[in-house]
Design a protein around this ligand. Structure first.
Ligand SMILES: [Fe+2]
Ligand SMILES: [Fe+2]
Length: 170
């Protein structure tokens, strides 16, 4: 694979692991509040992000590149409320979408069709990621941030489980 693509992939692997780390920090915030369901949702999110990192990792070696590890940035820990955490989640996912779009631009510029094909999966995934964060924000606003509403949402989010998609499936 071209060096420009290999470098960009290594950056994205780092960004995905940072995402995992950020969601784990959010999970820890919820565990600290005794919101087991919200915490569990974030830990599933953590696993998903590690899965994304490993999907890029696998592609690098399938295409004859090299994975190099850089330092993972420390995630922010200034979480103010349940709503605030999900607003941060949505903002973060929008940022990741812009990174994926940037990779797609590079794949087109370098005429790397295999890379474009991989990125199609991630483009679809980002639509889901933004949508699920937005839906939780809407629900928190409907249910309220305190009392029975947040308790019910905690029960609901606690049912999420991580299921790695089969190869070629979104
Ligand atoms: Fe991701
Ligand atoms: Fe994500």
């Amino acid at each position: 694979m071209k060096k420009s693509i290999n470098d960009a992939l290594n950056k994205q692997i780092n960004a995905e692991i940072y995402s995992a780390y950020l969601y784990l920090a959010m999970g820890a915030y919820f565990d600290g509040l005794g919101l087991d369901g919200f915490a569990s949702w974030m830990k599933v999110q953590y696993e998903e992000e590690m899965f994304h990192a490993m999907k890029f990792y696998g592609f690098v070696y399938e295409r004859g590149g090299t994975v190099t590890m850089e330092a993972i940035e420390k995630p922010g820990a200034d979480f103010k409320s349940v709503l605030h955490v999900f607003e941060e989640t949505l903002e973060h996912e929008k940022h990741v979408t812009s990174l994926i779009n940037g990779l797609y631009d590079l794949a087109v510029k370098e005429k790397d069709y295999a890379f474009q094909s991989l990125l199609n999966w991630f483009i679809d995934e980002q639509v889901e990621e933004e949508d699920s964060a937005q839906k939780i924000i809407d629900k928190i606003k409907l249910a309220g941030e305190k009392g029975p509403g947040v308790y019910m949402l905690d029960q609901e989010l606690g049912t999420r489980v991580f299921t790695p998609p089969a190869k070629g499936e979104a």
